[in-house]
Structures are given as structure tokens and as C-alpha cells.
Design a protein around this ligand. Structure first.
Ligand code: BES
Ligand code: ZN
Length: 635
């Protein structure tokens, strides 16, 4: 029997009868969410202290199989252990009363005995809670399991879907709640643990994780990893493929398929300088190395801040380093996000808003104020667009996600409104006060998970009570930013002088008063091109766009941001000359930020048959996260 939960009941106390079980003491088990409404774990009763993974990578079956071992902190001796899972096949669960100490857990040898466990009925958003019975003496739990091809956090690629076409590829994407689809975990950003892993991959492929690589056996293909600092499950990451490494600086380097490596090394040459720039502002980098892995083009995001090893889309390799603010962004997460982590997904702005703010400070330090301003203005444009589409409640920084998929809370609000709040504080108090304030935020909450309420208290104590706004500056009302829609009326909006000229040209070009295409200067930066394309009036004529294509062949731009923006304009204005480029792009690139607006534009241009035809061919190459979004759009 399956009972239906309302969204609210689901998040407060999920009401799920159990599935068939082995050795179950009762016929049913109910999973209830804990302090984090997106996790069935109850760390206040039994908290995972450390994790060890031992996994074999099977490309033929598209399965990871092995064990996850957990050491426990028992706060309530009578409580069971609750873990999150999704689409995992659990084979057996064992317990032991060993004292692992500092030894790796992955291959811990101890007197394990089998225990009783139950998997609750899966919830559509959260997956299935796994309840493990413990004895009074239990200190360690080992789960024998395998992933299924439905794992939302893994993408398995054929050789043809990679740059070099020679070997298959696997990578994980765990944020927000996809870690549970590839290892059982207390999958909440409020639960941080050190972890270690042994991953056996087919020889000669290379396995990489968001951790220190401590050993590799070239005969067995076993790779050992360790992460000694506590991190939440969403920051555990794995990639396997034919990958090679190129050093960029003493602490930085890039991993990519061999054919991609020279271009990547050129594009990311500034990584070491970026690292130094953030350290100047916010204190030492605490993670040892900072490397970047270039993924195949199906990666659903631009970048993911996996500790020590950012995962990135190849679409930021433009040849001219113009899109490296994404690297600055993922690097900035080494402070905002990885060192100080949002405690729940409703606090996402503490990760992303802080990170966009720091990203722009890095861009300013390396490339100058003008470029940082241009990027701020483009970001503000994205924010205004988001406000136009979001319900008022979702325009707040502190969002309500009870009963909702945290991926739904993902919008430009957390990013750009969050960053503008920090800009407002910076402007009110001046960098002399604000920079040390942020440094102190990171230092005093290092390796901790924080809520919005804690930030409010901290700002109250360390900023508002200790300092006065600069002369002529008003105090900042956090309430207005955090819990009200839109932007406060006194928000300082970014401005770029370099864009004023572009705006005038865009208007003139569309009106036909800017004489001819030749007048468009070729020396624009990509940011200026983006502004120009976004600044063209909605009623720009088909003929003016065709002329642009003829003059600049934008549909062959090597800059994915410009190309995506141009293709969208072409769809919206019926410029069919770009159709081949459109189809090629959609079949090659799976980055959700590019793919979604293009399918949406096709629908709005009454070309749903084209959208479906292209998607039919492209779908198999997309990541499950992108598939889910496009499925929902074209359903
Ligand atoms: N951590 C995010 C990606 C993410 C957020 C994944 C929430 C799943 C849930 C990452 O740092 C990010 O923000 N990436 C952006 C790029 C950035 C420059 C704005 C992206 O992928 O577009
Ligand atoms: Zn981010």
C-alpha cells in the first residue's frame, strides 16, 4: 500500500511504509526528516564521524559497487543510524565495535557482524531513508551496496561522448542532494566528516577525487584518496577517464583529456595568481592543492567547487581567457562554501552570494575594476530577469524549501542578490572595515556549517555594533534583503561606463541610425558583445540580425556565452540561418544554463516540433540533471 504525502507532511515527517526487507524486526519503517528538511539523517542522535568508500568502477554495467564504512558518534545510545540513499541497491549491512582511530575506514579490518536494516519507501525528492540497527557497543557500520543506472549523481559517458573518443568517462555531481545516489550518507550540508576512499578503475584509466591522491597501483587500478578535513557529502566527488595533468603553478594545475590539455593550460594560466589574490583578502588557502578538472561538454553546470579539484565545463575555454571568472568563482568557494558552509539549502545564498562577491573581487584584483563592473552589470541583468519570472517568496534570500527539491531554490537570487547585499555592506562601511569583517567570518566559522540567523547575529555583533556607516551612508537593513522580494529601494546598482557606449550602439543599430555593420568595432571584449546582444531591443528586425550574422558570423563564435546568447536571439527572431549551429550546439553541450533558454525559445517561437526532434537526439548525451529539466519543459 502506498500512501500519498502532501508536500508539507512529506517534509515535516515523511510518511512512508517500508519496502520488502531482509531481517526486518517490524513490517514497516518510517523515515522522518531531521533538522535539515532534505535529509532523513538524525545527526543529533547518531552522527557519522568519518566515511570510508571502497568502490569498483564497472563501465559495462554502469555501476559502482563496494562498501561504505562509517564511524559513529552516538549521542542517543538507543537510537538507530539513519542514512540517506537514492536508487541504491543495498546488499548487506554490518556492524563492529572497533576503534578505527586515524586509520583509513575504507578497508578497515574488524570483527564485523551482520545487522538488521530497513529501507523506507522512497520519496520522490529525498530518496529512501536507510535505518540501521545498532547494539550498545557499535562504533562502526559497513554498508555493502551498488549504484543503479538511475543514479542522479553520476554520468556514465561512452568514448564517443568525450573529447578524444578513446575511453569511457564517469563523473559525479553531488550538490545539492545527489551524493546519496552514489553512496549512502548523512547527506546534509550540516554534517561534515573527513573521508577516505579506494577506487578501482579499469587500467590505464585515471581516477580523481576531491581529496589528496595518496597512492595508485598501476596493475590493479586501485587509487587511494584521503580528505582529512571535515566536509559535507555534497563536496565528495569522483571522476574516471583518460586524464592527464599539467602543472600551472606551485599549488595549481589542470587535469583534462590529452587533446584538451594545451588549450586548458593556456586558458587557466592565471589560477595561481587568483589563489594569491583571495589569500590577501580572506586568509590562507586551507586545502593544500587547487587543481581544475575539465569535464566533457555534457557537464550540467559551469563549475562545481569540489575541494582541491574544481570540476568545470569545457565551454569556458574560449581561447582568450575571457570566461575565467568562473574559475575565480569556484576558487572563491574554497572560503565561502567549503570552509564555511550553508547549514541547509535554504541558506544557499551564504554559499553562492558570498562567492559571487569574492569572485568579482578576484576579477577586479587581476583584470581591473572595469571588467569587474561589466560582469556585475551583466549579473544584475540576470537578476532582474529572474525577478520577472519568480514568485515573490522566491525572490527572498532566505527561501522556503520545505517539501521542495533544493534544485528548485537555485536561481540568480542567491547569487546576484546575495552578492549585492555584500556590496551594500561594503559600501556602507568601506573596505577597510568590511574586508576584515569577512576575513573574521571565515576564520571564526572555519570548517563549520552556518545558518542565515547566525550570519545576522554575527553582522549585528561584529559590524553594526562596532562600526558606524561612512559619512553620508545609511545603515543596511538585513531584513529587507533577506526576507523581502526584489531589491530594497536603496540598493546600489552596479554601473559600467564601458557599457553606456554599447547600449547607445545597440539602440542605434536596431533603429538603423547607426550606419552599417562596419561601424561596429571589432575590438569589443566578450562582455561588451554580451551586453550588445542583450541590449538589442525586443523588436529588433529580422533583417538587422541577419546583417549581424553576415558581418560577424556570430553563429560560429568560439565563445560559448556569446554563441548561446546569439542562438537564442536567432530563434526568437526567426533567423533560420543559425539553425544548423543551434542543433550542433544543443547536441554537443549539456550545460543547463545554455540548454534550457534555447529549448524555451524554441517553444515560444512555436517550434515545439523542432525542440522535440533535437532533444530526441540530444537526450542520451545529457546528464540526468539536464534531462530532468528538459523533460519537465517539453513534457
Ligand atoms: N556550486 C555551484 C553549482 C551548484 C549550485 C550545483 C547548486 C548544484 C546546486 C557552482 O559553484 C556554481 O555556482 N556554478 C555556476 C557558475 C558560476 C560562475 C555562477 C554555474 O555552474 O553556472
Ligand atoms: Zn557557486
Amino acid at each position: 500500500m502506498l500512501r500519498l504525502c502532501t508536500a508539507l507532511a512529506l517534509a515535516m515527517t515523511a510518511c512512508h511504509p517500508a519496502r520488502s526487507q531482509t531481517k526486518a524486526p517490524e513490517p514497516t519503517v518510517r523515515a522522518s526528516v531531521g533538522p535539515d528538511v532534505h535529509s532523513f539523517s538524525h545527526p543529533e542522535a547518531v552522527r557519522v564521524g568519518a566515511v570510508g568508500l571502497q568502490l569498483a568502477v564497472d563501465f559495462d554495467a554502469r555501476v559502482l559497487a563496494g562498501t561504505a564504512t562509517f564511524s559513529l558518534q552516538r549521542h542517543d545510545r538507543s537510537a538507530p543510524l539513519w542514512l540517506d540513499t537514492r536508487a541504491l541497491q543495498i546488499d548487506r549491512v554490518e556492524i563492529a565495535d572497533a576503534r578505527p582511530g586515524d586509520r583509513p575506514l575504507a578497508d578497515l579490518e574488524a570483527a564485523f557482524t551482520e545487522t538488521t536494516w530497513q529501507l523506507a519507501e522512497p520519496d520522490a525528492i529525498l530518496g529512501a531513508g536507510l535505518r540501521v540497527e545498532l547494539t550498545a557497543a557499535t562504533t562502526v557500520v559497513r554498508v555493502h551496496y551498488r549504484t543503479t543506472p538511475e543514479a542522479s549523481g553520476l554520468q556514465w559517458l561512452t568514448p564517443a561522448q568525450t573529447a578524444d573518443g578513446r575511453a569511457p568517462f564517469l563523473y559525479s555531481q553531488s550538490q545539492a542532494i545527489h551524493a546519496r545516489s552514489w553512496f549512502p550518507s548523512q547527506d546534509s550540508p550540516g554534517v561534515r566528516t573527513p573521508w577516505d576512499a579506494i577506487v578501482t578503475a579499469p587500467v590505464p584509466l585515471r581516477a580523481l577525487m576531491s581529496a589528496d591522491a595518496v597512492a595508485r597501483d598501476e596493475h590493479s587500478g586501485a587509487h587511494r584518496f584521503t580528505m582529512t578535513q571535515g566536509v559535507p557529502a555534497y563536496l565528495v566527488a569522483l571522476a574516471v577517464g583518460a586524464l592527464e595533468f599539467r602543472e600551472l603553478g606551485p599549488r595549481t594545475g589542470v587535469w583534462a583529456e590529452p587533446s584538451m590539455l594545451p588549450g586548458a593550460a593556456h586558458e587557466f594560466a592565471d589560477m595561481e595568481r587568483m589563489l594569491a589574490a583571495v589569500e590577501t583578502l580572506y586568509g590562507p588557502y586551507r586545502w593544500g592543492r587547487y587543481d581544475l578538472l575539465v569535464l566533457p561538454p555534457s557537464f550540467p553546470f559551469g563549475g562545481m567547487e569540489n575541494p582541491k579539484l574544481t570540476f568545470a565545463t569545457p565551454t569556458i575555454i574560449a581561447g582568450d581567457r575571457s570566461l575565467v571568472s568562473l574559475v575565480a568563482h569556484e576558487l572563491a568557494h574554497s572560503w565561502s562554501g567549503n570552509l564555511v558552509t550553508n547549514a541547509t539549502w535554504a541558506d544557499l545564498w551564504l554559499n553562492e552570494g558570498f562567492t559571487v562577491y569574492i569572485e568579482r573581487r578576484i576579477v577586479e584584483a587581476l583584470f581591473g575594476r572595469e571588467r569587474a563592473e561589466m560582469e556585475s552589470v551583466l549579473g544584475h541583468g540576470d537578476l532582474e530577469e529572474a525577478f520577472g519570472e519568480l514568485a515573490p517568496a522566491d525572490q527572498r534570500l532566505r527561501v522556503e524549501l520545505v517539501g521542495r527539491d533544493p534544485d528548485e531554490g537555485l536561481s540568480d537570487v542567491a547569487y546576484e542578490k546575495g552578492a549585492l547585499l555584500l556590496v551594500a555592506l561594503e559600501q556602507a562601511y568601506g573596505r577597510e572595515v568590511f574586508d576584515p569583517f569577512l576575513l573574521q567570518w571565515f576564520e571564526s566559522h572555519a570548517f563549520g556549517s552556518v545558518t542565515t540567523a547566525e550570519f545576522i547575529d554575527f553582522a549585528q555583533r561584529e559590524l553594526f555594533e562596532r562600526h558606524r556607516p561612512l559619512p553620508g551612508r545609511a545603515a543596511v537593513s538585513l531584513d529587507a534583503w533577506l526576507d523581502r522580494p526584489g531589491l530594497p529601494p536603496d540598493a546600489a546598482l552596479p554601473h559600467s561606463g564601458a557599457f553606456d557606449r554599447i547600449d547607445a550602439l545597440a539602440a542605434g543599430y536596431a533603429a538603423g541610425t547607426t550606419a552599417g555593420d562596419a561601424l561596429l568595432p571589432a575590438g569589443w571584449t566578450p562582455q561588451q558583445w554580451l551586453r550588445f546582444l542583450r541590449g538589442l531591443p525586443r523588436d529588433v528586425s529580422h533583417e538587422r540580425l541577419v546583417a549581424l550574422e553576415h558581418s560577424f558570423t556570430l553563429s560560429r563564435s568560439g565563445n560559448a556565452e556569446i554563441l548561446a546568447q546569439w542562438l537564442e536571439l536567432c530563434v526568437r527572431h526567426g533567423v533560420r540561418e543559425a539553425d544548423d549551429a543551434l542543433e550542433g550546439f544543443l547536441r554537443h553541450v549539456g550545460r543547463r544554463k545554455f540548454v534550457m533558454p534555447l529549448y524555451r525559445a524554441l517553444l515560444e517561437a512555436d517550434r515545439s516540433a523542432d525542440a522535440r526532434r533535437i532533444y530526441e537526439r540530444a537526450r542520451a548525451g545529457y546528464h540526468p540533471i539536464t534531462q530532468q529539466s528538459v523533460d519537465a519543459l517539453l513534457r
